[in-house]
Write a protein that binds this ligand. Structure first.
Ligand code: PLP
Length: 345
């Protein structure tokens, strides 16, 4: 029913993919933010506009996870994430579109959150897309969260379903990252058309899947552009090895060991603290700056923190060698409504 396809990158051609996103997404110059941070030239890759169920970066990842699930004849998908997880929302949307049963587990990962946080934004949309929702009280224990999902998958299998689990913990074959290797191909073409040679690509780095996929794609294409991951989920000293681990696994999956090396991994946690999903004035300020200067909606958990990281790095002089920076807008905008109280709006 849903035709499987594969990447235009020959190295990835053996990994099935199902089309879900509106791509290519636009690459846009941000004139007013650029003049604010002269002499930087700031561009934004609009992956908030990938289309499906309010879009975002998970759409490209799901093209590979669900391509894999469909190619294996699975009829049920399961995963786990934070209450305001964009992944769970997008998975629910994609499952509905593909006619798959969807079970998501939501973890209480962010302390002291409002009623809106527990009901609105992504949480509301996941319900609307028809996902079966369960809850996990401890949001910091990845192993426990995965075990609970696996137990549910076993139950469903015993009753005759064919479950496909997307775990939280890093896996040996992080296929979703290939979606961002494809995005790297799209980007390099857009850089050429726009006549730009970026000095850096900035992306929010959570699970690190997007970050590692972009790196893999760029290096496969012979591009050495640095990719800076803005830490949103854990500090830099923990995030760097995680991203490297994904990169090593990806290289192994396509038989191109050493394509990405430790020197390629760059992360900054300048806007990470006090922790995942927790706002500071610098993050709120970054969200407001993008909204008022570019009519661009960011989110408080990921893309807002990524822009706050960029601004902190500009202000500290770390980017004095850079002229052209491309910001990957990974989406997440439904969480704005869930964070309305925290943003004092
Ligand atoms: C998940 C997410 C990220 C982080 O992507 P990873 O692949 O998990 O590193 C960044 N931005 C948004 C909006 C997200 O939902």
């Amino acid at each position: 029913m849903h035709e499987l396809t594969h990447s235009p990158l020959p190295e990835l051609a053996s990994y099935p993919k199902v089309r879900l996103g509106h791509v290519p997404t636009p690459l846009e110059f941000m004139p007013r933010l650029s003049s604010r941070f002269e002499p930087l030239q700031l561009y934004v890759k609009r992956d908030d506009c990938t289309g499906l169920g309010f879009g975002g970066n998970k759409v490209r990842q799901l093209e590979y996870y669900l391509g894999d699930a469909l190619s294996k004849g699975c009829d049920t998908v399961l995963s786990t994430g934070a209450i305001q997880s964009n992944f769970m929302r997008t998975l629910a949307a994609a499952a509905g579109k593909l006619g798959l049963e969807c079970h998501i587990q939501l973890e209480d990962r962010v302390p002291g959150k409002s009623e809106l946080y527990h009901r609105s934004g992504n949480r509301m949309l996941s319900g609307l897309f028809g996902a079966h929702i369960s809850f996990c009280p401890d949001g910091e224990d990845e192993v426990e969260a995965d075990l609970r999902v696996r137990a549910l998958a076993d139950e469903l299998a015993a009753s005759g379903r064919k479950p496909y689990v997307i775990p939280l913990k890093p896996v040996r074959k992080p296929k979703g990252a290939f979606g961002y290797a494809d995005a790297a191909l799209e980007l390099t073409g857009q850089f050429q058309s726009a006549g730009i040679e970026p000095d850096m690509i900035l992306v929010g780095s959570g699970s690190g899947i997007t970050h590692s996929g972009l790196l893999l794609g760029l290096r496969l294409l012979g591009s050495g552009i640095p990719v800076l991951g803005a830490c949103v989920r854990r500090p830099a000293d923990l995030q760097a090895p995680r991203v490297l681990g994904h990169c090593n696994n990806l290289c192994e999956m396509i038989g191109r060991e050493g394509m990405v090396t430790e020197q390629d991994i760059r992360v900054s946690d300048r806007a990470y603290f006090p922790g995942y999903g927790q706002l500071t004035e610098s993050v709120t300020g970054a969200v407001e700056l993008a909204a008022t200067h570019e009519g661009l909606l960011l989110d408080p958990v990921y893309s807002g923190k990524a822009l706050a990281t960029l601004i902190a790095m500009i202000e500290s002089g770390e980017l004095s060698e850079c002229r052209t920076v491309v910001f990957i807008h990974t989406g997440g905008t439904p969480a704005l409504f869930a964070y309305q109280d925290d943003m004092k709006l």
